[in-house]
Design a protein around this ligand. Structure first.
Ligand SMILES: Cc1cc2nc3c(=O)[nH]c(=O)nc-3n(C[C@H](O)[C@H](O)[C@H](O)COP(=O)(O)O)c2cc1C
Length: 153
């Protein structure tokens, strides 16, 4: 969009004319092995427009916080699965480790996450939250996104 950026939740992105924008950056998180269905479907519907314009995608998950072969495979698999499902090949893509927000989860989610985290040697003390995000990497990605319309990347 000429001028300021426009931040939208996918639920309110239905009527957007992407051609009015200089670049589009989409983000989604992984829950139980998949990105949010509504967002994947929106990207699939917009794929031909997105493929023809400066665009970027970032994925947030917790396997990205792990330095094991299994986790690296899972992390790259999430991106590959996203691109296969949507038919969109973003010019820029990134995966960031997210957060464990035990204090935000309901009882069942907290239990599920504690079990999963125990299995992966991550913190299980649910009295606090944990942020695994590499914010310097996010900053770098954001700068690359800003440069997208100029074709610098
Ligand atoms: C119910 C639930 C399921 C999750 N499943 C996965 C998973 O399968 N793989 C993974 O790498 N991360 C998983 N995560 C971690 C999230 O991707 C991470 O916490 C992210 O920061 C969540 O962002 P959000 O709260 O904005 O959705 C899960 C998190 C929750 C709460």
């Amino acid at each position: 969009m000429l001028g300021d950026g426009d931040l939208r939740d996918v639920a309110s992105a239905g009527g957007l004319e992407l051609g009015d924008y200089d670049a589009v950056v989409v983000g989604a998180s992984i829950h139980v092995g998949h990105h949010q269905k509504q967002l994947v479907e929106w990207c699939a519907r917009q794929a031909s427009v997105l493929n023809a314009m400066p665009s970027a995608f970032f994925s947030v998950c917790l396997t990205a916080a792990d330095d094991t072969e299994e986790s690296r495979e899972a992390t790259s698999g999430y991106l590959a699965d996203f691109e296969a499902r949507t038919g969109w090949t973003p010019r820029l893509r990134a995966t960031f480790a997210g957060a464990l927000q035990y204090r935000e989860y309901d009882f069942a989610t907290r239990l599920l996450m504690r079990l999963l985290m125990k299995h992966q040697d991550h913190p299980t003390d649910a009295s606090r939250d944990y942020d695994f995000t590499d914010w310097a990497a996010v900053d770098e990605f954001a700068r690359a996104c800003v440069a997208l319309p100029a074709g610098a990347v």
